[in-house]
Design a protein around this ligand. Structure first.
Ligand code: 2NL
Length: 366
């Protein structure tokens, strides 16, 4: 069977030289396929004598074995070479920087509210909240603002067309004071709270937006006097502006809900034409700027809060959160606060992890 030896040798060397899986497949068909030479030899066994079959059979089967094995090995080698080449070409550079994901920021108003909560919590104040849709009793009457008070006018306050279940006018709260009335009624005395939140007035120009943020504070206890008010506000302003040289100027004023009423100015110094809080306003390059309204809680308001004014006294204060944020962080246009411009937020916003703490500094920026 020289023919077999020769065909086997030729097939094995063709397999060794095959450079693609397709070439290997073509060789398989030519040897093992229906018309292949191995198949032809296997068929030829049928026409042989038993002796011939005995001697030729094993050779033919051995040839088929060796060709099959060579095909399998070559196919495997070519496939793994192709895989290697692909892996080499498709490397991922793990040292490349990851694509930058858009990152949100904490609005300066939220940041300042968190700073205020932190500062007042250290003085034993709890944070109170209440509804933004109020009735006129909690928003005006209980605060000693009679039916004739000008702030009650339609052109200052947003009223709803309907009355509530008790027949009271409904409105968007014009200050956070009703939260404090509700706290007095529900919690009683003594009381130490701050009420930060959104308030609404029918007012819109360069320095007024119809919605803005206010924070008010209320202390009710026995023997509370103006000295407690002054110390509390001075301690608060020093912590908020992160300066020890804060000087206060208290001026007599009028609010219906406090008696006496006191407006609080803080001294600033002009540095390169900018107002920097700190120092006496009476100094050479100084001035005074109003930052808070305050006073001793009016006896009538304590009564509306369900308490006996001969037993309990208190002080209260209020200020604008948006204005405090502008003063501390140097924004000059109030309207930009509520435009929702992501470029403005990216510039003035705070990192989510810049949480105000008294030890780390309430106004630390990343
Ligand atoms: C200001 C002035 C002020 C109050 C708010 C208040 C609340 C109760 C009782 C008494 Cl329940 N007073 N709040 C007192 C004085 C001033 O705010 O300029 N706000 C922006």
């Amino acid at each position: 069977m020289e023919n077999l030896d020769q065909q086997q040798a030729e097939t094995l060397s063709a397999i060794a030289e095959a450079s693609t899986p397709d070439a290997v497949e073509a060789i398989r068909v030519s040897a093992l396929g229906k018309q292949g030479w191995v198949s032809a030899l296997l068929k030829s066994l049928g026409g042989m004598t038993p002796e011939q079959r005995q001697s030729e059979g094993p050779k033919i089967h051995a040839a088929r074995e060796s060709v099959t094995l060579a095909l399998t090995e070559r196919k495997g080698a070519l496939e793994s070479a192709a895989l290697e080449a692909r892996l080499a070409a498709e490397t991922v550079d793990l040292s490349l920087p990851a694509p930058q994901l858009p990152k949100g920021s904490v609005h300066p108003v939220s940041q300042v509210m968190d700073e205020l909560a932190e500062i007042f919590a250290d003085m034993g104040f709890a944070v109170a909240s209440g509804p933004e849709i109020e009735d006129d009793w909690h928003n005006f009457t209980a605060l000693n603002m009679p039916e004739t008070h000008p702030a009650r006018a339609m052109h200052d306050t947003f009223y709803f067309p309907d009355k509530d279940a008790e027949g009271r006018d409904m409105l968007l709260r014009t200050h956070t004071s009703p939260v404090q009335i509700r706290s007095m009624i529900s919690q009683g005395a003594p009381l130490r709270i701050i009420a930060p939140g959104r308030v609404y007035r029918s007012d819109s120009d360069a320095t007024h937006t119809p919605m803005f943020h206010q924070i008010e504070g209320l202390v009710i206890d026995k023997g509370i006097h103006l000295g407690h008010l002054k110390w509390t506000l001075e301690t608060f302003l020093k912590a908020f502006f992160e300066r020890d040289d804060i000087v206060l100027r208290l001026r007599p004023s009028y609010f219906p809900f406090t008696e006496p009423s006191v407006e609080v100015d803080v001294g600033y110094t002009l540095i390169n034409g900018k107002r920097v809080v700190g120092g006496s306003g009476d100094a050479e390059n100084g001035g005074w700027m109003e930052v808070l309204g305050s006073g001793m809680v009016n006896r009538k308001v304590i009564e509306f809060g369900g308490l006996d004014p001969d037993e309990w006294q208190g002080f209260a204060f209020g200020t604008g959160v948006d204005r405090l944020a502008m003063l501390k962080y140097g924004m000059d246009d109030l309207r930009a606060f509520f435009d929702g411009d992501v470029r403005w937020l990216g510039h003035y916003g705070f990192g989510a992890l810049d949480v105000p703490t008294l030890s780390g500094g309430v106004g630390v920026r990343s």
